[in-house]
Design a protein around this ligand. Structure first.
Ligand SMILES: Nc1nc2c(ncn2[C@@H]2O[C@H](COP(=O)(O)OP(=O)(O)OP(=O)(O)O)[C@@H](O)[C@H]2O)c(=O)[nH]1
Ligand SMILES: [Mg+2]
Length: 399
């Protein structure tokens, strides 16, 4: 089975990355009760025997010894990376996976791209190669960064160029967090435009995420959880935003934690079909092939449903139908575009859980009848992927 490497750059990249790794470990722990290092774990984690020498030797099959994330943590400030290294996830990273500086890029794209890019190029290439050498079939680099700050936008897109030069055959999927209108970083619009030029030219697939959309989704979930209306009791363990009791904190206290969980969930869902069994398995190769007909049309609008499950809903078909409708509503999208005012050129539905193909067919027909997929721009492609683990549905489309 193919492997992926996560490259998290800047404060936002590392904070989102932290949520992603936390959720990934929880997801595997929930599925993998026997503690066996299996193919699904192999996708994002190495199994290392740390007793042999300090560095650790890979143990390809068998019991889990010590899991190491296939990741590179890069930030030109130390704070967030140090926090990660002192937190509960410290054991899945080691010093070989880190590149940090102390000054930061001062919210300046050019400092990240030009200054730190050339200063750290050799180190970045070296560490990327080391990470790649631990994979027997490296399929994809996932870059996570923000478009508003200097390191994420500048050094993040510099790394994209490096990846294209060094690993031209490996996919580059970029998760880019776009600043909200009220962002306090005054240079964020400039950084975003400069970084977008690089994304246009060097990424295989971009998943744009808007902070405003994440904030709206989290507020909606909080409202639902606290409304206390009869029939709206939410199953706490079903929340998309849940980790380390995240939702219990007030939104104002640490807003990014809950928002970042949504992004972490998105990445897990995107790769679930490639990691877990399913009747219609679809890997990243198929996503790029089916959703990116022209190299530069590679921005995918993503949406996520359910955001939570009501405790007393016992009518799965209706809930499933609602989820299909939600997947095409702008309230569940991670970017504030209105699909009703655009047209879908291609669309992928990734369904998780025990869903019958007949249910999928019925819903697709229903949405077709409602002209959700109506297009005036050549043939429309709909891609389906299913995996058995957990019922989350993610929808990616280009509008
Ligand atoms: N969703 C989300 N957005 C974040 C997070 N941290 C920062 N941001 C957003 O990212 C932008 C700022 O970028 P940062 O990632 O902090 O900057 P950086 O890449 O570390 O770059 P420098 O600090 O300039 O070196 C702003 O738009 C913030 O709103 C986070 O944890 N989650
Ligand atoms: Mg920073």
């Amino acid at each position: 089975m193919a492997q992926s490497v996560v490259v998290q750059v800047g404060q936002c990249g590392n904070q989102v990355g932290r949520c992603f790794w936390d959720l990934a470990l929880r997801e595997h722990a929930a599925v993998n009760k026997k503690g066996i290092y299996d193919d699904s774990l192999k996708n994002f984690f190495r199994n290392v025997d740390t007793r042999r020498n300090g560095d650790g030797v890979d143990v390809s099959k068998g019991k889990i010894c010590s899991l190491k994330a296939r990741a590179l943590l890069i930030d030109m400030e130390e704070g967030v990376v140090n926090e990660i290294l002192q937190g509960p996830l410290k054991d899945i990273f080691d010093s070989k996976q880190l590149i940090t500086n102390v000054s930061g890029s001062g919210n300046n794209w050019a400092v990240g791209y030009k200054v730190f890019g050339s200063q750290y190029q050799d180190q970045i290439v070296e560490k990327l190669r080391q990470t790649a050498e631990h994979c027997d079939c490296l399929q994809c680099f996932f870059i996570i960064h923000s478009m508003g700050g200097g390191t994420g936008s500048g050094l993040g897109t510099f790394i994209l160029n490096v990846l294209e030069d060094e690993f031209p055959e490996v996919y580059r999927f970029v998760t880019s967090v776009f600043p909200s209108g009220e962002d306090d970083v005054i240079t964020s619009p400039y950084n975003s435009v400069l970084a977008m030029k690089e994304l246009n030219e060097h990424a295989d697939c971009v998943l744009p995420i808007e902070n405003e959309s994440l904030f709206d989704i989290v507020s909606k979930i909080n409202q639902m959880v606290t409304s206390g209306k009869p029939g709206t009791t939410v199953k706490p363990e079903s929340l998309v935003t849940l980790n380390e009791g995240g939702i219990k904190k007030k939104l104002q206290e640490k807003p990014f934690d809950t928002m970042n969980n949504i992004v972490g969930n998105l990445l897990l869902n995107l790769t679930s079909s490639a990691r877990f069994e399913g009747s219609l398995n679809m890997d990243l190769n198929e996503i790029t092939m089916n959703l990116v007909p022209f190299p530069q049309l590679h921005y995918l609008v993503s949406s996520l449903t359910p955001l939570c499950t009501l405790a007393d809903v016992n009518i799965p078909p209706r809930r499933l139908d609602q989820m299909f409708s939600d997947a095409f509503s702008k309230d569940h999208q991670l970017i504030q575009a209105d699909p009703k005012h655009s047209l879908y050129l291609a669309c992928a539905l990734l369904v998780r859980g025990n869903v019958q193909i007949s249910d999928l067919r019925r819903n697709i027909e229903r949405l077709e009848n409602k002209s959700v997929f109506s297009t005036t721009c050549g043939p429309f492609s709909l891609t389906l992927g299913t995996s058995k683990q957990h019922l989350y549905k993610t929808n990616f489309h280009r509008t």
